[in-house]
Design a protein around this ligand. Structure first.
Ligand code: 5RP
Length: 236
């Protein structure tokens, strides 16, 4: 973390470190995706390098997490190599008062859900801007879809009352391609009154791999915030 970090960067760094501090020796750790989790990966690597913890293995949720884990010296494992995940640390795009989430801002929600849902303890790391009263208020809901199914899936989503748009690349012509080679459709719903039901309904559309609603899987939410000018981390 740079000393002159802006407040959001500072919050992300502090909350990532707070999650990394909860990792104990011998753990198998799900490594999430995004700019906040990147700090957790960095600090886990630093704790390993200093000898403060040992025998930790990381299960990455994305290409990005894999690259960072290698950079910071965290030994990696796949789901075929391990019989459990002790703790997963991951970011979120929205968190509601019931600890339900919207994820997928980094188009990694399919692998994230596999790893995060398997974890004995799932810790979410966010800055305070991610807290919402109702999911869908600030962020479009990501849905990963097989490329050949994008049009029928978008039609089915419209029938459910959503406004779908294909996520386009930045510095890349054409759509975003996920780590699995698929597309992401971002959906605006006027209100997500029943996240559990919508999560299942969307996943039931043929061609949908996974959507970004994470319902009933979060154990702990760590929130980085600035209070009276001071950065702090609190648990929801
Ligand atoms: C990636 C995710 C991220 O965890 C989410 O987008 C939050 O990222 P950041 O910490 O950069 O705000 O779900 O698919």
């Amino acid at each position: 973390m740079s000393a002159a970090a802006d407040p959001v960067t500072l919050m992300k760094s502090m909350v990532g470190k707070a999650a990394a501090d909860r990792v104990v020796s011998g753990s198998i750790v799900g490594l999430g995706t995004g700019s906040t989790t990147a700090y957790a990966i960095e600090y886990i690597g630093k704790r390993l390098a200093s000898g403060e913890i040992k025998d930790v293995k990381g299960v990455p949720t994305s290409f990005q997490a894999e690259v960072l884990a290698k950079q910071y010296g965290i030994p990696l494992a796949t789901l075929d190599d391990v019989d459990r995940i002790d703790v997963a640390i991951d970011g979120a795009d929205e968190v509601d008062p019931n600890k339900n989430l919207i994820k997928g801002g980094g188009a990694a929600h399919t692998r994230e859900k596999v790893v995060d849902a398997l974890a004995e303890q799932f810790i979410v790391v966010v800055d305070s801007s991610k807290l919402v009263d109702q999911l869908g208020s600030t962020f479009l809901l990501p849905v990963e879809v097989l490329p050949m199914a994008k049009t029928p899936v978008m039609r089915a989503i419209e029938k459910l009352g959503g406004k779908p748009q294909l996520r386009m690349g930045v510095k890349k012509a054409g759509p975003v391609i996920t780590d699995q080679g698929n597309f992401v459709i971002d959906v605006k719903f006027d209100a997500i009154d029943n996240p559990a039901e919508l999560e299942k309904t969307l996943n039931n559309i043929p061609g949908v791999l996974e959507n970004g609603l994470f319902v009933g899987v979060t154990d702990v939410v760590l929130i980085g915030e600035i209070k009276d000018g001071q950065p702090l981390v609190r648990e929801m």
